[in-house]
Unconditional design. Sequence first.
Length: 150
Amino acid sequence: MKKAIKKIWKLLPPAARKRIVRLTQPRFTASAAAVVVNSEGKVLLLEHLLRPYSGWGFPGGFIDRGETPEAAVIREVREETGIEITDVRLVEVRTVDRHLEFIYSARGEGPGEILSGEILDLAWYAADEVPEGLTRRERRILEQVLAGEH
């Protein structure tokens, strides 16, 4: 089922994917994601089933009503991977259309496991092994975090 949904999702142009999200979140959306780095300096990336622009990216998701962005990113990483993150620090906040996005850096350990139907795969990557599919912005943030700028 996931593979069929992924194929259909990939066939849709990014604007259509974005519209689908907007139809299910009519006012505005807010999300939080984290660049999670382990003691070996590797970064945790997830292959998301329903990302509008690409498959691989940082763990994270929508912020629940009444939840802080920091609490949301801690919850999302735990719900998606079982990994408990620490040393959570705000890196960047941006708005795009009617979406507010909080990006954090964090520390995490362990292999993790796929605990969400929204996740196809997860892996820890060295900086020179990061898979294709990250946006230029995500790559910039990743490089800044790994360089210790945040």
